[in-house]
Design a protein around this ligand. Structure first.
Ligand SMILES: NC(=O)c1ccc[n+]([C@@H]2O[C@H](COP(=O)([O-])OP(=O)(O)OC[C@H]3O[C@@H](n4cnc5c(N)ncnc54)[C@H](O)[C@@H]3O)[C@@H](O)[C@H]2O)c1
Length: 382
C-alpha cells in the first residue's frame, strides 16, 4: 500500500530502498510526455500505471513509454504497488485528484499550482500531514543546475547581500501552440498562476517567504482563438487578467518587481535578475533546468559568464528528490509548504490588483538545503 506515518518518518529503512518506488502518472496530456520520458530513466522510481479520465490518452502514453498498465484514476489508486501519484491533471483538478490519492495512502507530487485556491491547498497539506504522507509540488526547475548554481553563488558572497529582484515574462500567450488552451485562461490560471510559480519559486528559493504584495492587472480581450490542433479557430472566454505587474516585499528585507503578461506581441521570458550590494546576478530561465549565469559587479563594462554546475535532468527530478527524502526521513526540497506559500503569494497579487491595496502574506516555509553538485537522478541512490 501507500505511505504511512512510519514511512514518512523514514522508518521503513533499507529494505524499501532496494526496490524502485512505485509511481502512477495521473493526467496524460501535454506535459506528461516530458515527465514520462524522464521518469522511466530514473532508477529510484518505477512508473507502474498511467491514468486519465480519457482512457485512450492513458493507454497511448503507457504504450509510448513502456508503462505496464493504464486505466482510470481510481484504478491507479487501487494498484497495491503504487506509492506515489504524479498528478499532471489540469489546475482545476489538482486538489481533488491529490486529495483522493492521499485518502488512498499515497504520497503526491502535484503539477503547479498546488491547488486552485489557498484554502484547498491548506486542506490538502493538512490531510497529508494527518495521513502521514508527503506532498511535493512543481516547479522542480528550482532543483536544476541553473537555480542551484545561483544559490551557491549567492551563498558564496558573489553579489554581496541580495537586496532586490527584477523578473520579466511577456508574450502573446499560449493559445497559439496549446491545442486545448482554455484552462490556461480560466480561473486559477493566466500568466500569473501558470508561469508565476517558476519565477516566484526562484525568489522563494533565493529570498525565503514574502510578507506583502501590491499589483496592477488588466485584460486586453475577453475572448481568444485557438491557434493550433484539431480545434484551431475555436473562440473561448478569457476569465482572468492577462497582464499582471506586482511588487513584493520579503521577510529578509528584499524587494522584487515582477511582470507577467500574455498581452504582448513581443516575447521576452526567463528574465530574472538578483541585485546585491556588490553585483547583479542574471539567473537562467526559471522554466529551464540549466543555462549560464551572468554576474556584473559595480564598474564592470561587461557581464562575466559563469557556467551552471549540477543536474539538469528535467521534469520529474523533484519526484526523485522526494522519494529519496521519504526513504531517508529527511525533508524533500520542492515541498508542498513552499508551493502553498507561492499559491498564497499569487492569490494576494490577484487580490491586490482588485483591491488597489497592499495585501499581507501569512504562510512561511523552511528553505530547503542546497543540492550537492554531484546530485544525479539518473544514478540510483546509495
Ligand atoms: N503544457 C506545458 O507545457 C506545461 C508545462 C509545465 C507544467 N504544466 C502543468 O501541467 C498540468 C497539465 O498541463 P497540460 O498542458 O499537460 O494539460 P492537458 O490539458 O494537455 O492535460 C491534462 C490531462 O489531465 C486529464 N484530466 C483532467 N482532469 C482529470 C481528472 N480529474 N482525473 C484524471 N485526469 C484528468 C485530461 O484528460 C488531460 O489528459 C497543468 O497543471 C499545467 O500547469 C504544463
Amino acid at each position: 500500500m501507500g505511505g504511512s506515518a512510519a514511512e514518512a518518518a523514514g522508518q521503513t529503512g533499507r529494505a524499501a530502498a532496494a526496490k524502485p518506488f512505485g509511481v502512477a502518472v495521473v493526467g496524460c496530456g501535454n506535459i506528461s510526455k516530458q515527465y514520462l520520458k524522464n521518469l522511466v530513466t530514473f532508477p529510484d522510481v518505477q512508473v507502474l500505471f498511467c491514468a486519465d479520465i480519457d482512457a485512450g490518452r492513458a493507454k497511448a502514453q503507457a504504450a509510448a513509454y513502456g508503462v505496464p498498465a493504464s486505466g482510470s484514476p481510481e484504478q491507479a489508486l487501487d494498484h497495491p504497488d503504487v506509492r506515489l501519484v504524479v498528478n499532471l491533471t489540469i489546475p482545476a483538478a489538482h486538489a481533488e485528484v491529490a486529495s483522493a490519492a492521499i485518502a488512498a495512502g499515497k504520497h503526491v507530487w502535484n503539477e503547479k499550482p498546488l491547488a486552485p485556491d489557498v484554502a484547498s491547498g491548506r486542506a490538502l497539506l493538512d490531510q497529508a500531514a494527518h495521513a502521514g504522507v508527503r506532498v511535493g509540488c512543481a516547479p522542480d526547475t528550482v532543483l536544476g543546475a541553473g537555480i542551484q548554481s545561483a544559490r551557491r553563488l549567492i551563498a558564496a558572497g558573489a553579489i554581496g547581500t541580495p537586496i532586490s529582484a527584477l523578473t520579466l515574462l511577456q508574450g502573446p500567450g499560449p493559445e497559439s501552440w496549446h491545442p486545448d488552451p482554455e484552462f490556461l485562461f480560466a480561473k486559477g490560471a493566466g500568466p500569473l498562476f501558470d508561469l508565476g510559480p517558476y519565477y516566484l519559486s526562484v525568489l522563494a528559493t533565493l529570498f525565503g517567504p514574502a510578507t506583502r504584495v501590491a499589483a496592477v492587472g488588466r485584460r486586453e480581450s475577453d475572448t481568444r482563438v485557438i491557434g493550433s490542433g484539431p480545434r484551431a479557430g475555436t473562440e473561448f472566454a478569457v476569465e482572468v487578467p492577462t497582464y499582471m505587474s506586482a511588487l513584493a516585499q520579503y521577510a529578509g528585507g528584499q524587494a522584487a518587481s515582477l511582470l507577467f503578461s500574455w498581452d504582448s506581441p513581443l516575447t521576452r521570458s526567463g528574465f530574472v535578475e538578483i541585485t546585491g550590494t556588490e553585483a547583479t546576478l542574471a539567473v537562467p530561465d526559471p522554466n529551464q533546468f540549466d543555462g549560464d549565469l551572468r554576474v556584473r559587479r559595480a564598474g564592470d563594462q561587461e557581464w562575466t559568464v559563469i557556467a551552471a554546475h549540477g543536474a539538469a535532468a528535467g521534469r520529474g527530478s523533484g519526484v526523485v528528490d522526494m522519494v529519496r527524502a521519504i526513504r531517508r526521513g529527511q525533508p524533500h526540497r520542492a515541498s508542498g509548504e513552499m508551493a502553498q506559500h507561492v499559491l498564497e503569494l499569487m492569490t494576494a497579487i490577484e487580490r491586490s490588483a482588485a483591491s488597489s491595496s497592499f495585501e499581507p502574506l501569512e504562510s512561511v516555509f523552511d528553505l530547503p538545503e542546497m543540492l550537492a553538485e554531484d546530485w544525479d537522478p539518473h544514478v540510483a541512490a546509495a
